[in-house]
Every structure is written in structure tokens, then in C-alpha cells.
Unconditional design. Sequence first.
Length: 317
Amino acid sequence: MNERVLITTDYLRPGDDVDLFLKSSGLETVHLPMSGRRDPGELAAALHGIDAALVANEPLTADVLARSPKLRVIVRTGVGYDSIDVAAARRLGISVSNLPGVNANAVAEYTVGLLLAGARRLVQSAHGVARGSWPREDGRELRGSTLGLIGYGAAARAVVPLARAFGMNVVCTTNVPAELRDPGVRFTGLPELLSTSDYVSVHTALTERTRGLLDAVAFKQMKPTALLINTARGAIVDEAALVAAVRSGEIAGAALDVVAEEPLPSESPLRGVDGIVVYSHLAGQTAEARAAAGLRGAEELVAALAGRAKFVVNQQK
């Protein structure tokens, strides 16, 4: 009997290149696209009899994994894997892989798009026109301003030349290996980065260390004219503290591509705050990035089933 693969990434479909590649590798595919919140019981049932999974942001908790006795391989079609309990997977002998850098160009371009939209208040202008007014507020130019990058992964590194093309100065948090450091980037501690940056862009992974990293204390360190950009993970930002900081004028605003709970709940305090714009987790969603993620994910899955995974994040010690 062929090994079975569950595919939950919503843009992957039966009969596409990924499906054909997996089938040509002797695997049986089962598609169950993730299109919103999914009950853990439903996910556990879907994983019954499954050997490997190619997943989106599914909440693969310890309980769900424990109820999936055949599962040996999980591959995330993206970079972040905080929705997967990797420690539990390791205990159960399940390898977990991500795809580092697969959507770096897409995220970098999107980040600059959010910088421009925020600096020129494009969303607010369009909303004003739609409501029948004609907003004419001054915007700000990017040239000569300072961009602070929290994190220096592939996406952040791809932002650097784009920001410099606009004439921006770039600073970044420390703890970056010397061989990765761009000589045109100044590396500094987080407090100095926050106090000197006109734009702060988040590109770090969500860990217990970074959860709630940008809190009330952090916002007090930022310029009152500063704009926060987050294309990483929502829980890195204390959302209640952000709302309070924007409403009080401690910072100018925020452009959030990610939030702590997605889709954004109707009761979220982020709604209706002038200066805060929430997008629908689109940074890595380009046709090019999706095509690369799908095929690279399928290749990693096949390699992992054969014991040759390249990007395991929970390697057995």
C-alpha cells in the first residue's frame, strides 16, 4: 500500500504540479485545504492513517499528534512553524521541516509596500474617498529615514537593498553571525533600535523569548512619529499595548500583516483604531512564492520519508 500524504495548504490542489510530483514518487495524496479555524478533532481524524503531511498553519498540538500514530513527517509550506508542537513531534518520532527563505523576496517587497502605504497614508486616503471625503493630509518620504529590523533572517536581509534604494538608513538587532552581516547595516541593541528608528519592522521568529516582545515598555521607547510593521507573527506584539500606544500618541501607527488570532476576531481591539491597518497575512502570498513553496515542500517531504530531510527543525539529539 502506498504511503499517504495529507495536504492542507489552501493553494495546493488535486492535479497540480505538487500533486503530480508526489504521486510520481509513489505516494497517495489526500487534500483537505485549510480555510479558517479547524476543530482539533477534525484535524486528528484527517490525519488518521496518514504517513506525512504538507501543512499550512494547522494547530498541530501534542494531543493531535498523539492521535496520529502513523504520522512520521510534517513539512510546513512556509518559514514559521510555531503552530506545530515540535517538542511533542520529536518525542513521537515525527520529523518537522520548514522551508527557510522560500518566500523571502515576496515578504521583502511586501514590507516595503507597507512602508510606503504607511508613510503616505494610502489606506486612510482610499477609505476617506470611499466615504465621500477628499483627504489631503501630508505624507512622509522614506528617504533619509531610519528603518529598524528586528531579526535578520532571509526576508529581513532581502529588505535591506530595497530600503537602501529608497535612501533609508538601516539598523538591526544584534545576535547576528558575523558572516551574515551587511556592512551597510548598523547592528545595535533593541532599546537603541526602537528609540532611533522611524519605522520598526518585525522579522523574527515567535519563541517564548519573543512572545510579547513589543509591549508597553517597548512602545514608550519608540518615537511618537514611528510606524510599526509586522510581517512575522502576531503574538510578538502585545496588541492591547499597541492599541493604547497608538491612541495615546506614543507611536504614530502600525501596519500588521499578522495578528495573534487569525482571522481577526470581530471583537478585536485592533479594529477601528485610526493609525492601525490590519491585512490578511499576505506577505508571502505571491504566485512565485507559492509555486516555490509547494514544490520545495513536496521535495522535502519525499526526502524526509526516505530519511534525507534537509530542513528538519526538531532534529533528534
